[in-house]
Design a protein around this ligand. Structure first.
Ligand code: MN
Length: 386
């Protein structure tokens, strides 16, 4: 179960073993998962591919403009990644063994679009389908695989019920979209997580003890830009950087003061922005003191250090600046298997390149011990500390 694929760069170490958790993995759902399982009244409204008279394929999602589907010509490892992410746990274990991974936290793949509809009830119905399916799929693999429950906060009352149901089903994490309305098109008034209407949700999540995940790609339509540079603009601006908002919302609003046992994790957003974000949040708290409400016992950065975490894959800037946001305690590594942004199947090289200089005790935390604590994986005794 343990691995030797990870770096052996500790001073004097010939072979160093770690317990490695990828805190950010994905599973490819069956193509007809939602079509076959969703409440009948929502079926005709599901996201779908339509083919026009000229044979062009379009991705159709309610509330969004249709997006042209391009047939990608992938080769080599790109092609391999596009086909990986198996829903056969044994096949996943084989893929993880190649990459040196012992355990994983699992997110949807197509299901990242569960929060695309402007209708909160549609979102909630799609989330229930995922929640019914994912926990059953990984039943019996609890020490290797922890899928997270998807919840649609736009309908707060429904979200509270789903959080409670998810905890009973055996989930160990709650996936909320980066924005409460998810990737639904902007409305006049977009609610934020700092607003009091979400109070019952925080209470319910806190009671279950499950950490919240804000996985990127769910804060706005991550395909907002098109044309020159669009792919890069979408990745940096419309996917990754959206994670700043829920962090500041929770850390500056009093939510974490009222809910001291609530824990949250940004997922796949990287960590290089955290030092600056928390600095700016504290600066705003001090320098705009005449406008700041509520006044809180702790600074925004201190709430993050108490209750926030962040995952990353390959982010040397974040490693260099981690002392500013709480250090190795606060970050979780993930390979984003099998996505193209991720490090699978070359994680050992990336870990060595970005974390080879860290003390072994820090690497142990970042690579697995922090995630094991948050999501309840058992760590072999010999790998519990440096
Ligand atoms: Mn991911």
């Amino acid at each position: 179960m343990t691995t030797t694929a990870a770096p052996a760069s500790a001073p004097g170490a010939i072979e160093q073993r770690y317990f490695i958790v990828s805190a950010d993995c994905h599973v490819a759902e069956p193509p007809d998962l939602w079509e076959t399982r969703i409440d009948g009244r929502f079926r005709s409204r599901l996201p779908r591919i339509e083919v026009d008279a000229s044979g062009q394929k379009w991705s159709v999602v309610e509330g969004h403009r249709p997006v042209r589907v391009r047939d990608l010509k992938l080769e080599g490892e790109d092609l391999e990644r596009s086909k990986a992410g198996s829903r056969d746990p044994e096949e996943r274990l084989r893929d993880h063994a190649r990459d040196g991974i012992d355990a994983e936290v699992i997110y949807p793949n197509r299901g990242l679009a569960m929060w695309a509809s402007p209708d909160p009830l549609m979102q909630a119905a799609m989330c229930r389908v995922w929640n019914d399916w994912a926990i059953e799929l990984f039943r019996g693999y609890e020490q290797r695989m922890a899928p997270v429950a998807a919840v649609a906060p736009a309908d707060v009352e429904g979200a509270v019920a789903e959080v409670q149901r998810a905890a009973k089903l055996g989930y160990r994490g709650v996936f909320l979209p980066v924005q409460p309305l998810g990737t639904a098109p902007p409305t006049e008034r977009r609610p934020g997580y700092h607003l009091p209407q979400f109070e019952p949700l925080w209470t319910a999540i806190e009671e279950t003890g499950m950490p919240i995940s804000f996985h990127v790609g769910t804060g706005k339509d991550p395909r907002t830009a098109s044309g020159n540079g669009g792919a890069v603009i979408n990745y940096v601006v419309h996917a990754l950087s959206t994670a700043i908002e829920p962090v500041v919302q929770l850390c500056a609003s009093g939510v974490l003061e009222r809910h001291p046992r609530l824990r949250f994790v940004t997922v796949e957003a990287g960590i290089g922005w955290l030092a600056w974000t928390l600095w700016a949040a504290d600066e705003g708290y001090h320098k705009h003191h005449w406008a700041v409400s509520p006044r809180l016992p702790l600074l925004p950065s201190e709430y993050f250090k108490r209750q926030g975490w962040a995952t990353f894959g390959d982010d040397p800037m974040g490693i260099d600046t981690m002392a500013y946001f709480g250090g190795a305690e606060k970050i979780l590594w993930g390979n984003d298997y099998p996505h193209h942004e991720g490090t699978w199947p070359h994680s050992a090289e990336v870990i060595e390149r970005t974390m080879g200089h860290l003390p072994i005790v820090d690497r142990r935390k970042v690579l697995g011990l922090n995630a094991a604590k948050l999501y309840g994986f058992n760590v072999p005794p010999e790998l519990q500390s440096a």
